[in-house]
Design a binder for this molecule. Structure first.
Ligand SMILES: [Zn+2]
Length: 117
């Protein structure tokens, strides 16, 4: 199976990995207003996440973590996970997910581009 790669396109069908899902659940537990969690994967392996409310505003603090590490890497400590190092970003919606229109609006606001279906 050939893997399609398109530059500068946010993969909207990305699904969270198991560990990410555990983090997402933890974040949502702490933010009752959250309707989704934005997941940002950085090229160093660290992750950045925050829950979003129905207006696409942050509903939690931004969480940064690194798998199997006590803290994020030195580079992230320095640049706080700079946008240019983002490899993938997507929103994991809480079920029931908002309408396609609302998802699009929030995606544009948060990720800077609309989902491609
Ligand atoms: Zn890092």
């Amino acid at each position: 199976m050939a893997k399609k790669e398109s530059e500068n396109t946010i993969k909207q069908r990305t699904t969270p990995e198991k560990r990410e899902l555990a983090m997402i659940e933890g974040i949502l537990e702490g933010s009752p207003d959250g309707i989704g969690v934005v997941v940002v994967r950085l090229n160093c392996g660290c992750r950045k996440m925050a829950s979003l409310d129905k207006d696409g505003e942050p509903a939690s603090k931004i969480i940064m973590y690194r798998d199997e590490a006590e803290s994020i890497c030195a580079q992230c400590k320095e640049d706080n996970g700079a946008f240019m190092r983002v490899t993938e970003s997507f929103i994991h919606w809480v079920e029931p997910a908002p309408s396609a229109e609302q998802q699009r609006d929030i995606s544009v606001k948060v990720l800077g581009s609309a989902p491609v279906n």
